[in-house]
Design a protein around this ligand. Structure first.
Ligand SMILES: NC(=O)c1ccc[n+]([C@@H]2O[C@H](COP(=O)([O-])OP(=O)(O)OC[C@H]3O[C@@H](n4cnc5c(N)ncnc54)[C@H](OP(=O)(O)O)[C@@H]3O)[C@@H](O)[C@H]2O)c1
Length: 324
């Protein structure tokens, strides 16, 4: 059920699902992204619905449209506040992009983040990837400095291996902080965090795992199994990223059938079963951030927090997905 969970060992309590916003990388036909354009009113409706119906946080990143996603979030949350439409302000998670950059860019770029998001501080600031020109120590030092200046509250990483994650945690401990989270790809068709030690180490050290691509970019919603021809509308990059092919649909048919059976049993949708597995199978360690490009998807996804799969159904899903 939708009970807030402690983010790592911090004083932040987040809903099991937050809103992913990579989808909002292109504003009102002003560019291109693998997700296509998103209209301002659609983003407004999605964010409003999500925040009014149980989500209390939003995940974004500098790299999502070079600030476009952050700008969308800033504008929409300001508008919702003016309209008195929110009981509380959402928590915001964003990310610094390290590729081909050194740690000095962390301090240089933070003010843009705050300006676009229209907030004085970012609740969770994450290092987007483990590859940078600077050592991890230098990056952590720059992140800690932002925390000391109250520009960010908590520090997380993304796409870090178990070893890299443990190192980031130990470095933060030297500065009296802990690593709040590691954001990694995790879903019923991509369970590597269970096998590569990331999940185990996160549980041991009290670090939250934030699952991205929780619906395998649509594959775990049933829509492509039901209408395989709709695969042709998906961008080449997305197909590559999530292995969206006819062969994959055939291989994953047993899981689709099980998700369909459970969806009928519980009176929930296939997407809701897939998301509920993620936020229930590993206790409170895992949070997930489904993206939505349509209001119906947001409505569908938030409901995934309002029921619990039984242990035996979770086990059955574990078994079937392990055989694919
Ligand atoms: N840290 C990282 O490196 C990293 C990497 C990837 C993503 N992320 C984050 O994770 C978030 C989510 O991951 P993601 O966007 O890759 O994948 P995802 O959440 O698995 O898939 C999102 C897409 O699935 C479809 N969808 C969502 N809900 C649906 C529903 N209820 N019914 C039918 N279709 C539905 C939509 O596709 P259509 O738009 O085609 O309708 C939507 O755009 C991103 O927004 C981003 O914030 C982080």
């Amino acid at each position: 059920m939708n009970k807030s969970r402690q983010l790592g060992q911090t004083d932040l309590y987040l809903s099991p699902l937050g809103l992913g916003t990579w989808q909002y990388s292109t504003k009102d036909s002003s560019g291109t992204s693998m997700w296509g354009n998103t209209e301002t009113e659609t983003v407004y409706e999605i964010i409003k619905y999500s925040l009014q119906n149980g989500m209390n946080w939003i995940d974004t990143a500098e790299i999502y449209g070079n600030g476009t996603s952050e700008t969308f979030i800033g504008e929409v949350t300001q508008r919702l506040q003016r309209e008195d439409a929110l009981a509380t302000n959402p928590f915001i998670a964003s990310k610094w992009f390290p590729l081909a950059r050194s740690a000095s860019s962390i301090a240089k770029t933070i003010d843009d983040r705050l300006e676009y998001l229209q907030v004085p501080t970012i609740d969770l600031y994450q290092i987007h990837q483990p590859t940078s020109r600077s050592s991890l120590r230098k990056q952590i030092e720059a992140m800690v400095s932002l925390a000391e200046q109250h520009k960010v509250k908590q520090i997380g990483v993304s796409n870090f291996s178990a070893k890299q994650m443990i190192k980031a945690h130990r470095l933060l401990q030297e500065y009296g902080m802990t690593l709040a989270s590691n954001q990694v790809k995790y879903n019923l068709l991509h369970r590597s965090p269970e096998k590569n030690g990331t999940l185990e180490a996160a549980k041991e050290l009290g670090i939250t795992i934030i699952a991205y691509s929780p619906l395998q970019q649509g594959l775990l919603t049933g829509r492509f199994h039901e209408q395989p021809e709709s695969l042709s509308k998906v961008s080449r990059f997305r197909k590559l990223q999530s292995n969206l092919t006819t062969k994959t649909l055939q291989r994953t048919e047993p899981l689709y059938q099980e998700l369909k059976r459970l969806s009928l049993n519980y009176g929930m949708t296939i997407s809701q079963i897939s998301l509920n597995w993620l936020i229930n199978a590993q206790g409170d360690t895992v949070l997930a951030i489904p993206g939505a490009s349509k209001i119906q998807q947001a409505q569908d996804n938030v409901e995934a927090m309002n029921f619990d799969l039984s242990n035996s159904d979770i086990e059955r899903l574990n078994r079937i997905s392990a055989t694919l």
